[in-house]
Design a protein around this ligand. Structure first.
Ligand SMILES: C[S@@+](CC[C@H](N)C(=O)[O-])C[C@H]1O[C@@H](n2cnc3c(N)ncnc32)[C@H](O)[C@@H]1O
Length: 256
């Protein structure tokens, strides 16, 4: 294939699924899936859409932590695409946290179906929980967000991560629609941004002055930050009020 021809995200996703005997490629709205089981956080949730194949690797390249001693947490893990992608890297542990019981069940089926020898992380877990109240594991963390919810939940996640603990935390935010909330939070500083999203880290608690002074600074900037403004229409994961794009809902992967 000529190098300038890109496989569409959907075709690459279908190939990802076929090669691993899993089902992750779909676009689903929680209100049409299992709203009664989700609770009040549903009003803050976006829809289910998997991370495009390749995007997570591009973002993880900017994470300033040693993966071998770090736990990857996907908040809003859906059918588990990002969990499976992360588990192919040498993380100490990989955790997916999903609020929808139906999506969580599919992720569990996917994890059961995959050839574990293809994963470099041996400790992969799926949790059915609300990110707003989730208790993070101890130790160094990479917390991944593919635009799963609005600022009301995000601020609760940031506050939980900012609680005193002797650890390093990197926040990897794909399609950072609510990036202003992270950048206004004194405990986080921007360390890198690319067209897909931004990487932040928890500022050392012993240096609160640095938290304020270093906000909005990036050590690696490959695109202007305006590329990431919320109004940009290339947003791959749109807010929940958006209608499905024609032909983008796959009834074969939708749970009954
Ligand atoms: C855009 S999808 C991302 C799926 C997955 N992270 C990936 O990249 O392949 C967002 C997911 O966040 C979930 N979600 C929304 N609000 C949540 C919350 N408060 N707690 C946990 N999961 C939530 C949705 O159900 C949906 O599966």
């Amino acid at each position: 294939m000529p190098s300038h021809v890109r496989i569409s995200g959907r075709r690459a996703g279908q190939r990802f699924d076929a090669e691993r005997n899993v089902a992750t490629e779909a676009l689903l709205f929680l209100g049409e899936l299992d709203p009664e089981a989700i609770g009040p956080s549903i009003v803050h949730a976006t829809h289910y859409e998997p991370t495009p194949v390749g995007d997570l690797d591009a973002l993880l390249a900017h994470v300033p932590l040693a993966l071998e001693r770090t736990t990857f947490v996907d908040l809003g893990s859906g059918m588990g695409r990002a969990v499976l992608l992360a588990a192919s890297r040498p993380f100490r542990q990989v955790v997916g946290v999903e609020i929808s019981p139906a999506l969580h069940a599919i992720a569990r089926d996917n994890l059961a179906a995959i050839d574990r020898s293809s994963l470099r992380c041996r400790d992969v877990r799926l949790v059915r929980d609300d990110a707003a109240t989730y208790a993070f594991p101890r130790g160094d963390l990479v917390v991944y967000l593919f635009n799963p919810f609005d600022g009301a939940i995000l601020v609760r996640v940031l506050d939980a991560l900012a609680k005193p603990a002797r650890r390093d935390v990197a926040l990897v935010y794909h399609t950072p629609v609510e990036r202003a909330i992270v950048e206004d939070h004194p405990a986080f500083e921007l360390v890198a941004e690319i067209a897909l999203g931004a990487v932040y880290r928890l500022v050392a608690r012993s240096d609160p002055a640095a938290a304020g002074a270093s906000r909005h600074k990036a050590s690696i900037v490959t695109r202007p930050s305006s590329m990431l403004a919320p109004h940009v229409t290339r947003t791959p994961c749109q807010p929940k009020r958006s209608q499905p794009r024609p032909g983008n809902v796959d009834p074969n992967t939708a749970p009954t």
